[in-house]
Ligand binder design. Structure first.
Ligand SMILES: Nc1ncnc2c1ncn2[C@@H]1O[C@H](COP(=O)(O)OP(=O)(O)OP(=O)(O)O)[C@@H](O)[C@H]1O
Ligand SMILES: [Mg+2]
Length: 292
């Protein structure tokens, strides 16, 4: 089983509005998705045929809607109740691929609620399970949350992989996660850090692919296949979904990375965030090349 944690889930609404500048605009197509980075990872795992539970704090009618969307895709939810509604994020898609994103900040979530959620998760995990921790924290919460979640989960499961940025990433690293998956910009935060040799650092580089650092070995790099780019938002979540799906199915790291790169690249061909065709992933695997 894979557990995909989202600390600040959202209801992602994409409105296709060809003439948004008019006084009254009509939506020609609306898409509702369970969002927040961990939920994107969960959807990617399901697309590949894996078994995953989404984990997060949920509240109000918006929280209900997000959980219903997850359930409809075959993703059960392990939640803790919070008093306020989860956030809504709207993407206004104009003509071409131009998108304006409007993001709510999200509700306050208490430290106690997240502790309760962590206890629930620790009670349920098995030694063969994998956990992903993704994205930002609800406002006002300290990066120590990331440290604690890695510290308590890491000894109980096969692996904990963290995809976050800044202080959250640094705090997570202090607790020695199995791997972290920052993009190039996020990885700059690690330059001054003393990286522990046990943690794999996978720096994703968009169209360039990915570099693997860690285990005191020379870096290894894979070039992503060339694909026509429609929308690269969420490519990192598709990458992480592919990575943990393969690892949970017993693949070694290098095979898992190749599948992850193929999933990330397959996702940029689609407008929907972290959406891809699993047949595309199988086809692209042959075009992921080791270059270093
Ligand atoms: N333009 C592209 N062409 C081919 N593959 C791409 C492209 N952009 C991203 N990818 C694939 O997706 C993976 C992750 O991409 P990227 O480094 O952009 O993640 P990210 O910045 O974390 O994305 P996000 O946080 O929006 O999900 C890359 O390693 C690569 O395999
Ligand atoms: Mg990312």
């Amino acid at each position: 089983m894979i557990w995909a944690v989202t600390f600040n889930p959202s209801l992602d609404i994409t409105w296709h509005v060809p003439d948004v500048e008019k006084p009254i605009s009509y939506v020609t197509r609306a898409v509702h998705r369970a969002g927040g980075k961990g939920n994107n990872v969960a959807r990617a795992i399901r697309t590949l045929g894996g078994t995953v539970t989404a984990v997060g704090p949920y509240g109000g009618a918006v929280g209900q809607a997000i959980q219903t969307l997850l359930n409809r895709q075959g993703i059960p939810v392990l939640s803790v109740d919070i008093p306020d509604d989860n956030r809504i994020c709207v993407a206004l898609a104009g003509t071409g691929n131009a998108v304006t994103e409007i993001r709510e900040q999200g509700p306050m979530v208490s430290v106690v609620a997240l502790e309760r959620l962590l206890v629930r998760l620790v009670e349920r995990v098995s030694p063969d399970d994998w956990v992903t921790l993704s994205g930002s924290l609800p406002s006002g919460l300290s990066a120590e949350i990331y440290f604690n979640w890695v510290k308590f989960l890491r000894p109980k499961v096969a692996g904990v992989i963290v995809d976050t940025a800044g202080d959250n990433l640094r705090a997570a690293l202090r607790a020695n996660p199995t791997a972290v998956t920052p993009n190039e910009e996020e990885a700059l935060a690690l330059l001054a850090e003393n990286l522990n040799g046990d943690t794999y650092v996978l720096v994703t580089r968009g169209a360039q692919g990915v570099t693997l650092y860690g285990q005191n070995q020379a870096p290894k790099m894979w070039q992503a296949p060339h694909v026509e780019m429609v929308n690269s938002v969420g490519a990192g979540d598709a990458f992480l979904g592919g990575l943990v799906y393969a690892l949970a199915n017993g693949s070694g790291w290098e095979d898992a990375i190749i599948l992850a790169v193929a999933a990330g690249s397959a996702s940029v061909r689609h407008f929907g965030i972290a959406d891809f065709d699993p047949e595309d992933v199988l086809r692209l695997i042959a075009h992921v090349t080791r270059i270093q």
